[in-house]
Write a protein of this length. Structure first.
Lengths: 100, 100
């Protein structure tokens, strides 16, 4: 399994972010061919107290690295990437990973 | 479900880090009461090329926030926390989250 991990910093306007994320970006991303699972986590805090370093995380699982890269290069992958850069280009960190 | 997410920055000595993480810290953490699942991901890169922002991530799942907090306050939780601060206190970011 290969994973694409997205970490989002706290947005200035959380309501606007949530609205776009859950109503537009999530559904666009869910269409990417080869995507097996998409898990969104809302960060609620830190064990040391205070808010967490990030606001939201998303883990997208593909069968393997090739499937992940094909997904990102597909029309649906490009649409999701374009949308991402438009609404959260300054907030997001993307990483590729695999189960240890 | 409640999750504790750990993000580790790239260590100076990856072999030493891996050795401690997988042979000492992981087994210590796995003993924490209430821990349902522990998923470790090795970051292998970024979709934009280059290495990822973090080196490794770990997601620890508990039934709920109370179980997570009880786990961290347990003797096993404190032992894991002490070990963590000793070998990776300057590398780790901890966050609490829940499924969106």
């Amino acid at each position: 399994m290969a994973k694409l991990i997205a970490l989002y910093k706290h947005p200035e306007n959380k309501e606007e972010f949530d609205n776009h994320y859950f109503n537009v970006h999530g559904p666009l991303t869910a269409k990417i061919p080869g995507l097996r699972e998409m898990k969104v986590t809302k960060v609620t805090g830190s064990p040391m107290g205070g808010e967490g370093k990030y606001y939201l995380t998303c883990e997208m699982t593909y069968d393997n690295l090739e499937a992940l890269q094909q997904g990102l290069r597909s029309a649906e992958g490009k649409a999701s990437g374009k949308d991402l850069m438009g609404f959260a280009g300054n907030l997001v960190t993307l990483m590729i990973g695999e189960d240890a």
